[in-house]
Design a protein around this ligand. Structure first.
Ligand SMILES: [Zn+2]
Length: 394
């Protein structure tokens, strides 16, 4: 069935439904039906007619450590590779703390703290100015990748970042999908490239967890609108490796560094396949996951997802990907509304609600149901697991 046939079939149903309700007869001419039902997908904003219960969870049951936020980011990138220590700053502590207090968010972990002077400044402005409220991670200095002795230089940069107050290392999908032999061009560098071995090792030695994001959801056609809005998230064609190849390279790398702890972000980068994530959690005791920007996936399989939380209550961390003012990414705009959706998802068994503060679901046109997790699991997910990974006493 082509698109036109699909629209006309669906359209005929809608037309007859509406007219039958009004007590009139549906038009019998097929051309009339086609003309009436042409609608751009972007104009389609269906409102659910379902009368479903709505529990508002204004505050999390336990204090929250949000392991995955972006308060600052590199202010320069070329072909997807971050090239500057200097940061773009998206919000000050003064803007963030009142919302954190009202939602019971104890701490935000800013994963994209950068390196060098940018990192030191971020730690001073957040971690040191508001102790316990903010923790900052460092990032690799890819701009130095071509310098002789880069593996050692990078390991030493992590040691310096640790002295400057970084609590962990963040790997964006730059590694595996953007970084190339000549930094911005040439052959792609693989996630398990040996030149990064000293970096992973030093993170283990310094007890700095590595938060790693390696790929995006594979559900391409289901997410047609999301990819249409963000074409740069499509890694199809050219020389991009498949999702399976990226995960295999990540696994080879994690296997080589059993003493380093990895927080594999976005539900192990494979929220659509919890069997696969479970296999990897069983295989790698040094692996945990966060749920950032993937409650859309978890909440459309609520029974499977709840079983996943019940099986791995110590391995799942609360994260949102919250970014202040990220208006083009409704599923990660920092604010009370975003947190309330996450709390509702984790704490209630409400059905069929939006997973993002947006009229049209931004990551695929479906809605989610809550997991209704017991307090014993909520406490671990909200803060205990993150506190353990970050070596905090709370
Ligand atoms: Zn993120």
């Amino acid at each position: 069935m082509n698109r036109r046939q699909l629209m006309s079939g669906a359209g005929a149903g809608i037309v007859s439904g509406i007219l039958a309700h009004a007590g009139e007869k549906a038009p019998s001419n097929k051309d009339d039906q086609l003309r009436h039902e042409t609608l751009n997908l972007s104009d389609y904003e269906p409102t659910s007619m379902l009368h479903a219960r709505e529990i508002r969870v204004g505050r999390a049951l336990y204090p929250v450590i949000d392991i995955h936020t972006h308060i600052t980011e590199s202010n320069k990138s070329i072909n997807g590779v971050e090239m500057a220590a200097e940061r773009n700053v998206y919000a000050t502590p003064g803007e963030l703390i009142p919302i954190m207090e009202s939602k019971n968010v104890r701490s935000m972990v800013n994963l994209t703290g950068g390196y060098g002077a940018g990192l030191a400044e971020t730690v001073a402005n957040y971690d040191k100015s508001s102790p316990g409220r903010f923790y900052t991670f460092t990032e690799p200095s890819y701009s130095r990748f071509l310098e002789p002795g880069y593996p050692t230089i990078q390991a030493q940069a992590i040691e310096q970042a640790h002295r400057d107050g970084a609590r962990g290392l963040k790997i964006l999908k730059t590694l595996g999908l953007y970084l190339r032999e000549n930094i911005t061009d040439g052959k792609l560098v693989k996630i398990d490239d040996a030149r990064f071995d000293p970096m992973w090792d030093v993170c283990g030695q310094l007890n700095m967890p590595v938060a790693i994001h390696i790929s995006d959801p594979i559900a391409f056609n289901e997410r047609y609108e999301e990819l249409n809005n963000h074409p740069d998230w499509s890694f199809c064609g050219r020389d991009f490796p498949s999702n399976a190849e990226l995960i295999a390279a990540r696994n080879r790398m994690m296997a080589r560094h059993p003493k380093t702890r990895f927080i594999v972000l976005h539900v192990g980068n494979f929220a659509e396949n919890l069997d696969n994530v479970s296999e990897n959690l069983d295989r790698f005791p040094n692996m945990t996951v966060d749920i950032a920007a993937r409650i859309g996936e978890l909440g459309r399989q609520p029974r499977r997802a709840r079983a996943f939380f019940e099986k791995y209550p110590d391995r799942i961390l609360f994260g949102t990907d919250a970014t202040p003012h990220a208006d083009n990414y409704p599923q990660q705009v920092f604010g009370g509304e975003l947190y309330e959706i996450y709390f509702r998802f984790l704490e209630t068994d409400d059905e069929y609600f939006n997973y993002a503060p947006a009229k049209v679901p931004p990551q695929g046109r479906w809605r989610i149901s809550g997991l209704n997790l017991p307090p014993s699991i909520l406490r671990k997910v909200y803060n205990e697991n993150a506190a353990r990974e970050l070596r905090l006493s709370i």
